[in-house]
Design a protein around this ligand. Structure first.
Ligand code: FAD
Ligand code: MLT
Ligand code: ZN
Length: 474
C-alpha cells in the first residue's frame, strides 16, 4: 500500500467513524509496543470508539477494505496478542473509551459493563454495591474486562471463583462482518443450543470484538486474611495446599508459590518492599482466606492450619497479616514480581499448567534438566500453585548477555514443553498464545483440534481480518 492509498483510506474511515482516530506517531506509539517490550509493530491508525455502533462502523470499514484489525484493551498482555505486525497495514481498535458500567443488578448478582472498563474500576463498582467481583491480578489497575475475557485471564482467585470464563454470563460482540450480537443475558441456566459466548472468550480478538459483558458478582466476605509461609520445597507446598483445602474448604481463595529468587529480584529492584519473614527459605506460599464470619474466625483457622503444617514439617515459619496494611504489603511483594523481573532484563517467560498432582514431579524434572543443560541460569518460579499454574521463567546466568541467552529460548522451551506433553499439561495456562506461541501450540495440540479451530476461525472470520497471526499461525 503506498502513501496516497493510506491517505484516501483514512479519509474514508473518517467519514464513516466519528470517534477519536490517532495517526500521529507520538500518539500511536504506546499502542504499538507490548508491556514486556518484546514486540513493536506499526499501524495505519489507532481508532478509539466510544460506542458499540462506532465499533461496528469501524469493523464494517475494515471488512470492506480488507484492513486487518487488532483489538486492544489495557495492553498489559504477556504474549504480544494486542500488538500489530510490522506491515503497517492493520488498524488498532482500542476499547479504552468504552468504559461505562451499564448496570449492576444486586438481586441477580450481575454487572453489565463495557469492554474498556478497567478491572479495578469494576471491582470498586461491585464493592460500592456491596458485592465482590473476584477477578484479581497485578495488572488490574490498567487491564480491561474486554482483555480479561479475550485472554480468559486467571489471576489469584481462580482457586475459589474460576477463570474469567467462569465469571461471564453474557456478551455483546461485534462480529467480523460488523453486525452486533446482543447476548447480554444474565442467566445461570440457558440450554438453548451452542453457547457462543465461549467462542469469543479466550479468542484473543481473533473471532470478533467484545463490546460489553454481563459478569457474575459474589457476596463480599466479612474478612480477608493473608498469611506468608516458608516451605522447604514445592512438594511441601502441595501438602500444605491439600491440608488448607481440607481445613478451610471454600474459604481458601488464594494459594501462590514464590521462590526465594523472586524475593531477591523484588528486593533488588523495588527496595521499598520488605520480606515478611526474617530467615530465607527456598520457597514461600502466600495464602488468603476469605471468611464469611469474622476476621477473628479467619485468624483462628489460619493459626490452627499453620500450626498443624509446622508440626508436619511442611511449613518452617509463617506470618499472618495483622492488619489490612500488612496484608497489602504481603500482596505487594507477590504482585511486584513481574515488574521486578522486567527490570532485571530480558527473560524467557513460561506460563505452564499441569494437573496439581503432577506439579511437584514436573518441577523436579525440568529444573534439573534446564540447570544441567544451561548452567548458571536462574529459575524465576512463582504463580498460582493452587490452580496447577506456574510462571516458570528463566533468566540468564550472571554475566551472560541477554541476546546470547535469548538464542536459547527454543531449546529451553523445548525441555519444558516436552515435560508438559508427558504430564498432559498446557503451554499457556492463562496468558494465551498471542504471537509468542501459535506455532508451538500447533506442535503440541492434536491435529484434529487445530483443524477444528481453523474451521471455527474460517466460519466466523472468512476474510481473516480479525487479529491475524494470533492464536493460529497464518
Ligand atoms: P490487552 O493486552 O490489550 O489484549 C489482550 C488480548 O485481548 C489481545 O489479543 C487483544 O486483541 C484482545 N482484546 C482486548 N480487548 C478486546 C475486546 N474488547 N474484544 C476482543 N478482543 C480484545 N494474566 C493473567 O491471566 N493472570 C495474571 O495473574 C496476570 N498478571 C499480570 C500481571 C502483570 C503485572 C501484567 C503486566 C500482566 C498480567 N497478566 C495476567 C496478563 C494480562 O494482564 C491479562 O492477560 C489481561 O487479561 C489483559 O487485559 P488487557 O485489557 O490489557 O488486554
Ligand atoms: C502473574 O501471575 O503475576 C502474572 O501472570 C504475570 C507474569 O507472569 O509475569
Ligand atoms: Zn499469573
Amino acid at each position: 500500500m503506498n502513501a496516497p492509498d493510506i491517505t484516501a483510506l483514512l479519509a474514508d474511515l473518517r467519514e464513516r467513524f466519528h470517534g477519536r482516530l490517532l495517526v500521529d506517531p507520538a500518539d500511536t506509539a504506546p499502542f504499538l509496543t507490548d508491556w514486556r517490550k518484546r514486540y513493536t509493530g506499526r499501524a495505519l491508525a489507532v481508532a478509539q470508539p466510544e460506542s458499540t455502533a462506532d465499533v461496528a462502523a469501524v469493523v464494517r470499514w475494515c471488512a470492506e477494505h480488507r484492513v486487518p484489525l487488532v483489538p486492544q484493551g489495557g495492553n498489559t498482555g504477556m504474549v504480544g496478542a494486542a500488538t500489530p505486525d510490522d506491515s503497517g497495514r492493520a488498524l488498532v481498535l482500542s476499547l479504552a473509551r468504552m468504559n461505562r458500567i451499564r448496570e449492576i443488578d444486586v438481586v441477580n448478582n450481575t454487572a453489565t459493563v463495557e469492554a474498556g472498563v478497567v478491572l479495578a474500576n469494576l471491582q470498586q463498582a461491585a464493592r460500592d454495591a456491596g458485592r465482590l467481583f473476584p477477578l484479581s491480578l497485578a495488572a488490574e489497575g490498567s487491564c480491561t474486562l474486554g482483555g480479561n475475557l479475550s485472554t480468559n485471564a486467571g489471576g489469584v482467585q481462580v482457586l475459589r471463583y474460576g477463570n474469567t470464563r467462569e465469571l461471564c454470563l453474557g456478551l455483546e460482540v461485534v462480529t467480523p462482518a460488523g453486525e452486533v450480537w446482543n447476548g447480554l443475558r444474565g442467566l445461570r441456566k440457558d440450554n438453548t443450543g451452542y453457547d457462543l459466548k465461549h467462542l469469543f472468550i479466550g479468542a484473543e480478538g481473533t473471532l470478533g470484538v467484545i463490546t460489553a459483558a454481563t459478569m457474575k458478582l459474589h457476596p463480599l466476605p466479612a474478612a480477608q486474611v493473608t498469611a506468608f509461609a516458608a516451605v522447604p520445597d514445592p512438594h511441601a507446598a502441595l501438602r500444605l495446599l491439600v491440608l488448607a483445602q481440607k481445613r478451610l474448604a471454600a474459604s481458601l481463595t488464594a494459594f501462590e508459590l514464590i521462590s526465594d529468587y523472586c524475593m531477591q529480584l523484588v528486593e533488588r529492584h523495588l527496595p521499598g518492599r520488605r520480606r515478611p519473614l526474617a530467615a530465607a527459605s527456598p520457597y514461600y506460599v502466600l495464602l488468603e482466606s476469605s471468611d464469611f464470619e469474622s476476621e477473628a474466625h479467619a485468624h483462628e483457622r489460619f493459626e490452627a492450619l499453620l500450626g498443624e503444617a509446622m508440626e508436619a514439617g511442611d511449613v518452617t515459619d509463617a506470618a499472618i497479616a495483622g492488619s489490612i496494611a500488612q496484608s497489602q504489603a504481603f500482596w505487594a511483594i507477590r504482585e511486584s514480581i513481574p515488574e521486578a523481573q522486567a527490570l532485571e532484563g530480558r527473560n524467557i517467560k513460561q506460563d505452564i499448567s499441569v494437573p496439581i498432582s503432577s506439579i511437584g514431579r514436573f518441577i523436579d524434572e525440568t529444573i534439573t534438566t534446564i540447570e544441567r543443560d544451561f548452567p548458571g541460569v536462574r529459575m524465576v518460579v512463582f504463580g498460582h500453585l493452587g490452580d496447577g499454574n506456574l510462571h516458570y521463567n528463566v533468566s540468564p546466568a550472571p554475566g551472560v548477555s541477554p541476546d546470547a541467552f535469548m538464542a536459547n529460548e527454543a531449546a529451553i522451551n523445548h525441555i519444558t514443553y516436552e515435560a508438559l506433553a508427558a504430564h498432559r499439561g498446557s503451554i499457556s495456562a492463562e496468558h494465551g498464545l498471542g504471537q509468542l506461541k501459535p506455532v508451538e501450540n500447533v506442535r503440541y495440540k492434536p491435529a484434529l483440534e487445530i483443524s477444528l479451530m481453523r474451521t471455527v476461525k474460517a466460519a466466523l472470520d472468512p476474510l481473516g481480518i480479525m487479529n491475524p497471526g494470533k492464536v493460529l499461525p497464518i
